[in-house]
Design a protein around this ligand. Structure first.
Ligand code: NAD
Length: 256
């Protein structure tokens, strides 16, 4: 379905981003990976699916790095047809104790980076009259949880950015939609599981059960593979007129 097209997935060396990169690679897209930590492993996993793979180490909190990454993608593969804004971080604390520098970092990485990649990707998508922009928001783009002020603000913000981008391009072949996962067991959530286990002196398994029971009626984690398939659907012709949605895959979390 995506043969000859190029997908850039921010924060794709791990978790959800890597799951989406692999799902898009299976559809034949060239993939530009981004993110920190081990790069060789994710690169090998994506190339094993037959995709041409590029990588850029841009720090999503830096506008200059993002410009360099978008330039690299255009020079390497021609243009970005599918942009997945996925990079994200978390910090948990009450508002009055929330470190201002953590607030700034979360807003920059989870929200402002998507503004920069989107504004830089749109001109080439407009020329081609085809594009898919997929923003990985969260169920926290729809509802709030205590202790997550910056994250909830950034995720509500990216749902807003999704709607505006969709509207501005509504008469073109460019769509923009958001995906709102509930709990997904990635390193980002494992940190929260570890903190809960340590604080309550319970096992990791018990901490996971409690985490799910609190918010997620299905009592199941969503997987990166399931989210990858939703991203593939947004790229399909069947989704040509799906514009500006915030689609939760959250085990019933936001239905409560
Ligand atoms: P993760 O920690 O497994 O992966 C995050 C990725 O972002 C990694 O590749 C990391 O290297 C990259 N990254 C972090 N800071 C970066 C920076 N400054 N510049 C470039 N890359 C950076 O986390 P994940 O759970 O896969 O999260 C991915 C996205 O999904 C995030 O936006 C997160 O908010 C969202 N999300 C996660 C969950 C969940 O339960 N895990 C739920 C809803 C939404």
């Amino acid at each position: 379905m995506l043969k000859g097209k190029t997908a850039l997935v921010t924060g794709s060396t791990s978790g959800i981003g890597l799951g989406i990169a692999k799902a898009l690679a299976r559809q034949g897209a060239n993939i530009v990976l981004n993110g920190f930590g081990d790069v060789d492993g994710p690169k090998a996993e994506v190339s094993a699916l037959g995709a041409k793979v590029g990588y850029h180490a841009a720090d999503m909190s830096k506008a200059g790095d993002i410009e360099a990454m978008m330039k690299y993608a255009a020079e390497t593969f021609g243009r970005v047809d599918v942009l997945v804004n996925n990079a994200g971080i978390q910090h948990v604390a009450p508002v009055e104790d929330f470190p201002p520098e953590r607030w700034d970092a979360i807003l920059a990485i989870n929200l402002t980076s998507a503004f920069h990649t989107t504004r830089l990707a749109l001109p080439a998508m407009k020329k081609a009259n085809w594009g898919r922009i997929i923003n990985i928001a969260s169920v926290h783009g729809l509802v709030a949880s205590a202790q997550k002020s910056a994250y909830v603000a950034a995720k509500h913000g990216i749902v807003g950015l999704t709607k505006v981008t969709a509207l501005e391009n509504a008469t073109t072949g460019i769509t923009c939609n958001a995906i709102c996962p509930g709990w997904v067991l990635t390193p980002l959530v494992q940190k929260q599981v570890d903190a809960r286990a340590a604080q309550a002196c319970i096992s990791n398994e018990e901490a996971k059960k409690q985490l799910l029971a609190e918010k997620e009626p299905s009592l199941q984690f969503t997987t990166p593979e399931e989210l990858g398939e939703l991203a593939v659907f947004f790229c399909s012709a069947a989704a040509n007129n799906v514009r500006g949605v915030a689609w939760n895959m959250d085990g019933g979390w936001a239905a409560q």
